[in-house]
Design a protein around this ligand. Structure first.
Ligand code: FAD
Ligand code: DHB
Length: 392
């Protein structure tokens, strides 16, 4: 059986960044990723990086292209009742900002660094089972190139997302799960058209939520709230643009530019946390441990903060022999996780229209948006959460 210090299940942003941070600390690890490299690099997902995430990527050596190509945003715009309000991050947060740099690009940069260093990263390596979490030597069983293999580890980290297998290594009853499923989904599109805005627009409308984001100076990313179970085939391009026009409408002279739509996908929304994020020598990080609805852009950033905390703890163990930080891993992460859970829930429920929503509930949403636009304290609360907290 092969052996490594840290066996990492999953080569998404959490697994790849953890591998990078451990490599930089001289700790050996192996990443096992079930999909092929092209699939992992093309998977369309997050777009917004918090200040702390950018700082970590830079420190890890993965910040060069991000600094060249990433778009720095100083704020967002909120829209409701045909009016628009900008929230300025630096003035409300002591200088913090966000970056628009797609998850696909973060993943490409991290993979390129691993490959250049010859660090162990196996694609098409399907992990079937993690056993022995409560022993000194947990074992990963996986299949690679048609062969069943085993990897003995000092520690196993499940970075294998919400549907991964590592969580199943923990016996029933050890972890508690907290969950909320939302009665609507996001319909996300990519379009070959320059963004119609300089900063992201989050729009509340009686027809449902809409978000205008971007991927580059020539590619727009847009989302519409749709009912669960929506089939993209029922949404020809003109219907999408008409609906976006209706939801973003203001009394000003703003115009949404249209262009060829290159991708359409429907994404269900969920809040989920598992506690604790560790059992024995098995740790969970990123979406394997918690999910947020996408409104507010926290998922990728939470995955990053988890692995930063874990990499520090493993480096501390290597340098001092002390498991003190490892023992604190779950509590340290969960504080930040629950803050992000609350913020994502707040953004989602303030901006979306529930199918059974009463006029009373709509009035509460509009009052909350009015409050954010009229109180510096309320705006600062939103800005601080959006631009992100320091990693503790
Ligand atoms: P994942 O990215 O899910 O990676 C898990 C990896 O494990 C995958 O590569 C998978 O193939 C692999 N794997 C699974 N099972 C196995 C197995 N058995 N064996 C081996 N490998 C396995 N977050 C933000 O911060 N900002 C945003 O703007 C944002 N927008 C989003 C928009 C959309 C449409 C969606 C869907 C998500 C968005 N998110 C956003 C969330 C973000 O994409 C996730 O939180 C992030 O991908 C989590 O990273 P991860 O590495 O933990 O998990
Ligand atoms: C994007 C996704 C989000 O969830 C969000 O709040 C902002 C932007 C994006 O994919 O660009």
């Amino acid at each position: 059986m092969d052996h490594t210090t840290v066996g990492i299940v999953g080569g998404g942003p959490a697994g790849l960044l953890l591998a990078r941070l451990l490599h930089n600390s001289g700790i050996d690890c192996v990443v096992l990723e079930s999909r092929d490299r092209t699939y992992v690099e093309q998977r369309q997902r997050a777009g917004i990086l918090e200040q702390s995430t950018v700082d970590v990527l830079r420190e890890s050596g993965a910040g060069e292209r991000l600094d060249r190509e990433g778009m720095v945003h100083d704020g967002i715009e909120l829209r409701w009742n045909r009016r628009a309000q900008r929230i300025d991050f630096p003035s409300l947060t002591g200088g913090r900002k966000v970056w628009v740099y797609a998850q696909t690009e973060v993943v490409k940069d991290l993979i390129a660094l691993q490959v250049a260093d010859g660090a162990p990263l196996l694609f098409e390596a399907q992990v079937n089972e993690v056993v022995g979490a409560d022993t000194d030597r947990p074992v990963i069983h996986y299949t690679h190139q048609g062969q069943d293999r085993t990897l003995g580890c000092d520690y196993v980290v499940g970075c294998d997302g919400f549907h991964g297998v590592t969580r199943k290594a923990v016996p029933d009853g050890v972890m508690s799960a907290f969950e909320r499923v939302y009665p609507y989904s996001w319909f996300g599109i990519l379009a070959d058209v320059p963004p119609s805005c300089d900063e992201l627009i989050y729009a509340h409308s009686p027809r449902g939520f809409a978000l205008h984001s971007m991927r580059s100076a020539t590619v727009s990313r847009l989302y519409l709230q749709v009912p669960n179970g929506t089939d993209p085939a029922d949404w020809p391009d003109d219907r999408i643009w008409d609906e976006l026009d209706a939801r973003f409408a203001t009394d000003g002279d703003w115009r949404l530019e249209r262009g060829p739509i290159t991708s359409k996908a429907v994404l269900p929304m969920r809040s989920f946390v598992t506690e604790p994020m560790r059992w024995g020598r098995v740790f969970l990080a990123g979406d394997a441990a918690h999910i947020v609805p996408p409104t507010g852009a926290k998922g990728l950033n939470l995955a990053v903060s988890d692995v930063v905390v874990l990499a520090r703890a493993l480096a501390h163990l290597k340098d001092s022999g002390s498991t003190e930080l490892l023992d604190e891993y779950s509590d340290t992460c969960l504080r930040r996780v629950w803050r992000a859970e609350h913020f994502s829930y707040f953004m989602t429920t303030t901006l979306h229209t529930d199918p059974g929503q009463s006029a009373f509930e709509t009035r509460l949403q509009l009052s909350q948006l009015d409050r954010v636009s009229s109180s510096r304290h309320a705006a600062a609360e939103l800005a601080e959460n959006y631009a992100g907290l320091h990693i503790g």
